[in-house]
Structures are given as C-alpha cells and as structure tokens.
Design a protein around this ligand. Structure first.
Ligand code: FES
Ligand SMILES: [Fe+2]
Length: 420
C-alpha cells in the first residue's frame, strides 16, 4: 500500500515555520565536549523540572521511592507524607552525610513503605515530611536544635499524575509555567487509568542527546528497523511525522498508524494479538481521549504522538490506548542510562496480559536496534571529524532540542531574565 507523503504547511517547510531555529547545519560538539556537559549539569539539570515517576508509585501514606540523579551527584527520596502530600528530599542524613535510604547496595534505587526514614549509621530518624524525629543520644550534642537538622527538601510538583522535581530551591518557573502549552494540551488525558507498568533500562555509551535524537524522528525507521517493519521499508514516507509543533523547548510530533500490521502479522503477533502499535484490542478508557495537544492535524490515520518534554523526558501516546515514556539520565558526556516505561490499562485476563508483554518486548527490540547504532554514532562524533551536521525537515525536533539546550547553557532559559 502506498501512502501519501505528509502534507507540509502551506508556506515553507515545517522547519521554516520556526525561523529562530534556522536551517543551518547543527553543531554536535554539544554532544561530545566534556566542558559543555559540565555546563549542562548546572544550567539545565539543576534548573529544569525533571520527571521522576508517577503518583501511582506512591499509593499510600509512607510510600516512597529513591531516584539516582547522577548528573547532579545526588540521590533523591520521593515520599507521600501523613498529609498525603508528595515531597522530595536529597537522600542524605543530616548527621554525618550518610546516604539515608538504600537496601543491599548504596547505588541501587529502592522503594517501599515506611513510617520513618532511619539512617543505617547512627540511627537518626526522620519523619515523612523530612523533619528530624529523633537524634540518638541527643543530649550528647551541643546546643542541639532539632529543627535545624531536617532533610534537605527539593521542589516537587505533579502534573497529570507525573511527579517532577527541580533542584533549584526557588525555581524560576512553576511546573505549570514550565510545561506551558505542552502541559495544557494533554490535560485530562486518562493517564491515571493506565496503571499496569513495565520498565526496562539500559546503560548506553552515548551522550544523552544522541539517543534522544533517535527517538525524536522517524526518518531512520525504514532503514534501521526495516527488518521488523517491512511495510515501512517498502514505503519510506510511511513512518514520517505528519505534523510537528514546537512549543518553546518542548515539542510534539504526530505519526500515522501503519495500516497493515494486522494483515502482515507474524505468527507470534497473531498468537498474542499484538503488533508494533500495541495490543490490537483497544481498552475502554474514560477521560479526554482527544485532548487538543494530540493528533495535531486531526489526521484520520493518526497512530502515535511523541510529546518531548525538555530536557530528557518523552511521553509517547498510541492510538491503541496505551502510552510509554522514554527518559535519558546522563552519567557523563559519553554515557547515560536509558529508561523506558510502558503503561497499559490493567489486563483482565491472561491473553490481555500476553498482548501487553508482546508490546513491551517489541518496543525493547526496537530500542536495542537504536542503542547499537547510537553507540556507533557517538563513538565517531567523538572524533570531531564532522562537527556540523545537516538535519532534514523530518529532524525538526532534534534541531529544537539542540537549540534549546544551547539556549539554557548560555543562560537564556525562560524565566531566567526575570529571576536574575
Ligand atoms: S550519618 Fe546518619 S545517623 Fe550518623
Ligand atoms: Fe528507532
């Protein structure tokens, strides 16, 4: 089946709708330069709102999880307090600086439910709101004022069930302001009904942006993933973005549903009733299934929206009634942890569960193909033989990401002028 080439705007290309981004080759030194990475750590990862999890991970009073945030050399506790409020803290004991919450291995993330956080070193205890409950042998300290030794709290807020933190003690923008039009466009989407979560992670030897780039365009799909998607390999525009919208540093791209995945299904896809686009049977979902930020061009064959939230998070919503997220956690200029979470309506029976498992395996296989190639890409970008690279119209979202990363690194982030 031959599909139509995506319709462009009436005037110019998608990229030319955003003249500030230009059309020149993009400088990829930002992905290989250690000094640039050092600047990103302070200018972006200590200033931006960063997604750390979902509210369903903290179902009751005392639920908590930890998040390793290596890019800023810290670990974070996110917990639900007695007042049901979700708070975040640096995971450090106020006594001698021990990491407060961990299980077998200090570098592993953990989760659970507790009444108090108790340090493994000298047993100081903290309440769920971060206040110091008890210092052991308090009378042996000097002029001890318990109020001074609570946990270091981190700004924390929630949007549509997604928990975000901000290491800036006085963030320049609220989370609502930071998400802006992107956040408004997805209000009331039924994320909260898709609580069956699957997660995988991989340690990737590439700069975080190099990997983010790959998930921000489908230009590569017929070539890199052609064996998995023969219909795309046959018709190279099938996977293309059909509508693009840059909303400051965030952006959305819409893609069509490749129509033939049921007819051309492999035996395992037929058996599990699930293909590339997810389980064939759509769940019953309430809420607003067509928020204004979705299916930007109201395309009848719409299949996927990729919502990229600056700097390191993306929500990919599938027409079949599920969504997944990508997140890129920098470790250093050359490495990051890639995290994928997939969310479905809880399965009602074994065959629905199998279909979901098939969807997770399919996504993982695609991501593995990307990872392999991107480690190769990064290894050669490091040679700096080619520094300025051409990006086509389908690669607009990458251009936007690199532009805004540079803006932030150079102090031109939204809210910065008002705050400084
Ligand atoms: S370091 Fe935590 S109680 Fe001493
Ligand atoms: Fe890919």
């Amino acid at each position: 089946m031959k599909v139509e080439r995506p319709k462009k705007p009436d005037i110019g290309s998608w990229t030319e709708q955003y003249p500030h981004l230009g059309t020149a080759d993009v400088d990829y030194t930002d992905s290989v330069c250690p000094e640039f990475y050092e600047r990103e750590r302070d200018a972006i990862f200590r200033k931006a709102w960063i997604h750390v999890g979902r509210v369903e991970e903290l179902p009751r009073v005392g639920s908590y999880f930890t998040k390793e945030y290596k890019v800023c050399d810290t670990s974070i506790i996110v917990a639900r307090g007695q007042d049901k409020k979700i708070r975040a803290f640096h995971n450090i004991c106020s006594h001698r600086g021990n990491k407060l919450v961990w299980e077998e291995f200090p570098n592993d993330e953990t989760r659970g439910t507790t009444r108090v956080f108790q340090c493994k070193y000298h047993s100081w205890q903290y309440n769920l709101d971060g206040t110091l409950k008890q210092a052991t042998r308090e009378e042996e300290f000097f002029n001890f004022d318990r109020c001074r030794y609570g946990l270091a709290e981190i700004s924390c807020d929630v949007w549509e069930g997604f928990i975000f933190i901000n290491l800036d003690p006085t963030p320049e923008q609220t989370l609502k302001e930071f998400l802006g039009e992107m956040g408004e466009g997805l209000i009331d989407y039924p994320f909260h009904e898709m609580t069956q979560a699957y997660c995988f992670r991989a340690h990737i030897k590439s700069n975080w942006k190099v990997f983010a780039d790959s998930f921000a365009e489908a230009y590569h799909t017929p070539y890199m993933h052609g064996k998995m998607s023969p219909e795309m390999a046959e018709d190279m525009v099938m996977a293309d973005g059909i509508a693009f919208k840059m909303m400051g540093m965030h952006n959305t791209t819409s893609f069509r549903h490749v129509p033939s995945d049921i007819e051309q299904a492999t035996p395992i896809e037929q058996l599990t009733q699930c293909g590339l686009y997810g389980p064939w049977k759509k769940p019953d979902l309430g809420g607003n299934l067509t928020p204004p930020g979705q299916n930007l061009s109201n395309h009848p064959d719409w299949g996927i929206d990729s919502h990229q939230i600056f700097p390191n998070f993306a929500i990919i919503i599938w027409e079949r009634g599920w969504y997944h997220t990508w997140q890129f956690w920098p470790l250093n200029v050359d490495e990051h942890i890639f995290e994928c979470r997939q969310y479905f309506v809880p399965p009602k029976n074994a065959s629905e569960r199998l279909a979901q498992e098939m969807a997770t395996i399919t996504t993982r296989e695609y991501a593995a193909q990307d990872a392999n190639t991107l480690e190769a890409t990064h290894s050669m970008l490091k040679a700096r033989i080619k520094t300025h690279l051409p990006l086509c119209d389908q690669e607009l979202a990458l251009r936007n990401l690199h532009y805004h990363v540079n803006e932030w690194v150079n102090g031109r982030r939204p809210g910065a002028v008002a705050a400084e």
